[in-house]
Design a protein around this ligand. Structure first.
Ligand SMILES: Nc1nc2c(ncn2[C@@H]2O[C@H](COP(=O)(O)OP(=O)(O)O)[C@@H](O)[C@H]2O)c(=O)[nH]1
Ligand SMILES: [Mg+2]
Length: 222
């Protein structure tokens, strides 16, 4: 008798089922939720800080930080006086729906317009685990190099939006923007790409206006 061991499939199926439940909760609350993924140091937390700073007068925003062990990022965002929940994965290189679900219990979902979920810094693991959020956002950054869409196709193919951060460093670091964008387009032709500097502010308004419009569309659909 052959022995069958469908371990990985069952784990991913269990995660998908939980992600569906998370999505149902988010939809019934009428908010828009983003899963922000990137390699360590791409600028996820700084982009989130600047997004909150620019939109907090217009939108009620919550933040979930996924980190292996610390709450350093959560502390950086909490200064903007919004609901913040820390999820420590205890070593896991990604968030999953089972980790996000209890974090939602700690948030006033019905009184939020936008939920920003910062995933663990990694370009491989987070791509495999749906969270139930509405949009997968990848934050790439200039110092990582223009070859990353080619080297991490799973991540680049699975996202809805790409933010290319740290464009202020383009004059100093060899980075072929056309090569990067070509790599993105062959994997994901319809992708929305924002080019910005979370540090200097260039391009941030286009990103925040787009986000505010998506929130409004989500509210109309609810
Ligand atoms: N030059 C430059 N540095 C940035 C930019 N965005 C973030 N950084 C810096 O990159 C480092 C990592 O940022 P952080 O927000 O912690 O990234 P995370 O690990 O992806 O959350 C910090 O030193 C930031 O100040 C940017 O647009 N330009
Ligand atoms: Mg961070």
């Amino acid at each position: 008798m052959p022995i069958r061991i469908p371990v990985v499939e069952r784990i991913l199926q269990a995660n998908d089922d939980l992600a569906d439940q998370v999505r149902a909760r988010l939809d019934s609350a009428g908010l828009l939720a983003l899963n922000l993924m990137a390699s360590p140091g791409a600028g996820k937390t700084l982009l989130i800080q600047e997004t909150v700073r620019r939109l907090r007068d217009r939108l009620r925003i919550g933040y979930v930080n996924g980190d292996i062990a610390t709450s350093l990022d959560a502390e950086r965002v909490a200064v903007y006086d919004l609901p913040v929940v820390q999820v420590n994965t205890g070593g896991d290189c990604h968030l999953d729906a089972a980790m996000l679900a209890p974090a939602l219990d700690q948030l006033p979902l019905g009184r939020l317009d936008l939920l920003l979920v910062e995933n663990v810094g990694n370009l491989v693991c987070p791509a495999n685990f749906r969270l139930g959020t509405h949009l997968n956002v990848l934050i790439a950054s200039v110092p990582e190099g223009d070859d990353k869409p080619y080297k991490y196709p799973g991540m680049y193919r699975g996202v809805d939006v790409i933010v290319l951060n740290k464009i202020d460093l383009l004059p100093y670091i060899p980075f072929d923007l056309d090569r990067f964008l070509h790599g993105v387009r062959i994997l994901n032709p319809d992708l929305t790409v924002f080019q910005l500097s979370a540090l200097k502010g260039d391009g941030l308004d286009a990103w925040t206006e787009w986000l505010a419009q998506r929130v409004a569309a989500q509210r109309r659909a609810a």
